[in-house]
Write a protein of this length. Structure first.
Lengths: 211, 244
């Protein structure tokens, strides 16, 4: 992945606990996401750069998927990381930093999409085998890549009707009632299709890793 | 605690964020009291998390990361791609050099910018970019309104040949929350044009550089506090306006 440009930000001595500080490059690569958030809370821009290096593509891709507009996706991505920067001090560490970022991006992108008045459409869910996943731990990156592949395969294998309901509710932010009106189906059918889609995804994630 | 355990429909609704706020609260309340459903809810949440990361992976544009970092540092170079055609990168370099020069200095006072340009030119900091003919055409002082009483800003319009750039440096602005930004508006009679958005550092200082397209004129400027960077008309309160 590409490194962010810009002047290096020295790590304050007050942030180093015991011994000599590790070189900036080492810390950037090995700190967990939660540790990056803690460093961001202390005002370390270098930690924000690393968080973006790891999750910028995922946030941008989600925003592009929801907004279907490059410019809007840039704004959503920017707002997401700036919100993370400003909220770092109050961030509760639960090992879900990536999901937290993506949830912020999803809500912001849905707002943007509503503003654009974009219709719901069923997106293509093909493989992107060449896409890279950045993480502090190479093993975690492999696991994340495998998980994404499974979810995408499961989405691709769903019926078009199930996928349309998932798109309308999860990615377009419609309520069940709104989705039923938009798709021309009873509210009960929205619920049952979501239940089937959920069962489908659960089964796909529970499968052993293909070799 | 709800008397019955969660249905698959409720779990699906939780995973896909399809529950009404009241339903969601009820599901969470039940899960807190029921270990079995707590595990099922955790699984539903993990599935929702996985779905968020599923879209086809696309690389963001190369300039986005540096722009985010610039904003986090409290400065911004405005991207006007969708408002006007870019006319070369000359002024972007100048803007970057001026902002770097301003970093750590006191807020530019009237006349300070001219001296700063001379100093930069003498130091060769923008050699080949800032010609000998650059002039400060106009300077405006902004003061904080009732919602930002301690704030102030300087706006300078710098011209070289037929290119114009607006520089705003502000101080004493209140901290922003969430996706909030400060938005500069250029006013010409009844017409209001967006001049771009900026954020501020922890000490309340921020800066904005705008490459003014040919033909853009204004007779006044103002700054509002907006809920996000996407507003096309002012929605939040005015925080900075001209004196008198």
């Amino acid at each position: 992945m590409r490194a962010l440009e810009g002047p290096a930000v020295p790590i304050p001595r007050s942030c180093v606990h015991g011994g000599a500080p590790a070189p900036v490059a080492d810390r950037r690569e090995t700190d967990s996401d939660d540790e990056l958030m803690q460093r961001m809370a202390k005002g370390e821009h270098d930690a924000l750069a690393e968080l973006y290096r790891r999750h910028g593509a995922a946030v941008y891709s989600l925003a592009r998927h929801i907004c279907n507009d490059a410019r809007a996706a840039e704004e959503v991505t920017q707002d997401t990381f700036l919100r993370a920067w400003r909220s770092a001090a109050g961030f509760e560490s639960r090992g879900r930093c990536a999901a937290w970022l993506l949830q912020i991006a999803r809500r912001r992108a849905i707002d943007e999409r509503r503003r654009q008045g974009r219709q719901v459409e069923t997106a293509a869910w093909q493989e992107d085998a060449l896409a890279a996943d950045a993480a502090a731990d190479p093993e975690a990156a492999v696991v994340a890549h495998d998980l994404r592949a499974r979810v995408r395969r499961a989405l691709a294998a769903m019926s078009a009707e199930q996928r349309a309901v998932v798109e309308a509710v999860f990615f377009a932010g419609l309520t069940g009632r709104q989705a039923s009106i938009l798709l021309g189906i009873p509210p009960g059918t929205v619920k049952s299709r979501l239940r089937l889609a959920y069962a489908h995804l659960r089964a796909a994630l529970g499968e052993p890793t293909p070799r | 605690m709800s008397p019955r355990c969660l249905t698959e429909e409720e779990l699906a609704g939780y995973a896909f964020d399809a529950l009404a706020p009241g339903e969601r609260k009820r599901v969470q309340a039940h899960a807190r009291a029921c270990p079995s459903c707590r595990a099922r809810i955790a699984e539903a949440q993990a599935l929702g998390d996985a779905l968020l990361a599923a879209p086809v992976r696309m690389e963001p544009p190369a300039g986005l990361g540096p722009r985010i970092l610039d904003r986090a540092r409290g400065t911004l170079t405005l991207d006007l791609r969708h408002r006007t055609r870019r006319r070369g990168t000359l002024w972007l370099g100048v803007a970057a050099a001026l902002l770097l020069a301003a970093n750590g200095l006191q807020l530019w006072q009237a006349g300070h910018l001219r001296a700063e340009i001379a100093r930069l030119r003498a130091a060769g900091a923008v050699a080949g970019q800032l010609g000998a003919t650059a002039t400060v055409e106009r300077q405006l002082s902004l003061v904080g309104t009732a919602v930002a009483p301690g704030a102030s800003a300087q706006v300078s319009v710098v011209r070289e040949a037929d290119q114009e750039m607006l520089l705003l440096t502000a101080s004493g602005l209140p901290a922003l929350r969430g996706a909030e930004v400060y938005h500069l508006w250029l006013l010409q009679g009844d017409r209001r044009r967006s001049g771009g958005t900026f954020t501020v550092a922890a000490d309340g200082r921020g800066a904005l550089v705008v490459h003014l397209p040919t033909g853009v004129t204004f007779d006044a400027v103002g700054v509002t506090r907006e809920p996000n960077a996407s507003t096309r008309q002012p929605q939040g309160p005015k925080v900075l306006g001209e004196t008198g």
